[in-house]
Design a protein around this ligand. Structure first.
Ligand code: ADP
Ligand code: MG
Length: 347
């Protein structure tokens, strides 16, 4: 495994970082600011000491995820500006955040996925089949790795219910809204209601759900660290928080019904999804030619599928939408995941 990179010349800070790394079973590479860029891109995690932050920022390192600025003792105010220039995700004070740092370093261990995929799913029009497809993607992804379906649609049916996990114990959004510290990927994975390698993050059924920015950010970042595939069931909404979630996705699948109304709604939605993630269509049901749907929306088609027979029954039985891998939904989800992982590797 490529080691995490610690950039500092501050001995007190380094001692503490090395102690935490040892507790987490990680062996870091230690560099001074001047030589930090050599391993900057390859390292799975970069911790830049407060002492080295300014000099490292001046070298103009490549923007990447997983960079944190750490300071021994209280964080001086100017450090935030430097951290911003570095593209750091956080500025962290030790020893106060020892636990978080140990967990983050532990996440780098063997069972943390090398590169996880975050796939958002949104309906081009209401009732297009987005929640169903999101759950299907989760079920199929869980055959080969850890997967989670994150429910970001407070007005949806509840992904736990669709997957037959509504009576399983585990964390819901409300528990996450109450946690203040940072969550490790593994801690989140183990806390969620799950069946086999598939977990769900949703609201308790019957409660009025809402999304809170802090909880959503923490959950998505921990979900990414703890799972191979994170599927986000997105609401059809233009709320700023939803736009932020969309921007955090590697890919957004728009489920579209090939009707005049379905295509018209999809064409309105697409420009609002921003330029961050790649967009692809999944065409559900029969009607207009998929090529015409792609032309009208300006988004390429990734998969087409006919309606799944026996869907309501499978869901009522608590089996989730994919009852058989050979069914239409199962095959379409497998097809999408296969193509997406190739796209992800090429990115
Ligand atoms: N692949 C599918 N095959 C057949 N029916 C589907 C499929 N996907 C969704 N549906 C039907 O459409 C309804 C709405 O699906 P849902 O996934 O909740 O849509 P959305 O999340 O886009 O609003 C479901 O109750 C189901 O009856
Ligand atoms: Mg839905």
């Amino acid at each position: 495994m490529t080691p995490p990179l610690f950039v500092t010349s501050d001995e007190t800070l380094l001692d503490e970082l090395l102690r935490l790394a040892a507790a987490a079973g990680a062996t870091p590479e230690v560099a001074e600011a001047g030589t930090a860029l050599r391993s900057w891109t390859a390292a799975p995690l970069v911790l830049v000491g407060a002492d080295a932050a300014e000099e490292t920022a001046r070298l103009g390192p490549h923007r990447r995820a997983g960079v944190h600025v750490v300071s021994w003792g209280p964080v001086p105010h100017e450090l935030f500006r430097t951290a911003l220039a570095l593209g750091a995700e956080s500025v962290t004070e030790l020893p106060r955040s020892d636990t978080w740092l140990t967990e983050t370093l532990t996440d780098l261990g063997d069972d943390a996925p090398a590169r996880s995929l975050v796939v958002g799913v949104v309906g081009g029009s209401g009732g297009a089949g987005a929640t169903t497809f999101a759950c299907a993607l989760g079920q199929v992804a869980a055959r080969t790795g850890h997967a989670v379906v994150v429910d970001c649609d407070p007005l949806g049916p509840g992904v736990d219910r669709v997957l037959g996990l509504e009576s399983h114990d585990g964390f819901r959004w409300d528990a996450l809204c109450q946690t203040t510290g940072r969550l490790s990927g593994r801690a989140l994975r183990e806390a969620l209601p799950r069946r086999g390698r598939l977990g769900v993050l949703s609201w308790y059924s019957g409660t009025a759900g809402s999304l809170q920015a802090f909880a959503v950010r923490e959950a998505l970042s921990a979900a990414r660290r703890g799972h191979d595939v994170v599927v986000v069931d997105l609401p059809r909404s233009t709320a700023p928080l939803v736009e932020e979630v969309v921007a955090r996705c590697d890919l957004v699948v728009v489920v579209v019904q090939p009707t005049v109304a379905g295509v018209a709604s999809t064409a309105r939605l697409v420009p609002r999804l921003g330029t961050g993630p790649q967009l692809r269509l999944v065409v559900r049901g029969s009607g207009l030619d998929p090529r015409a749907v792609a032309r009208a929306t300006g988004v390429p088609v990734l998969a087409e599928m006919s309606d799944q027979r026996g869907l309501a029954e499978a869901i009522d039985l608590g089996l989730g939408p994919v009852r058989s891998p050979r069914g239409r939904l199962g095959r379409a989800a497998a097809d999408v995941l296969a193509q997406v992982s190739v796209m992800g590797r090429a990115a």
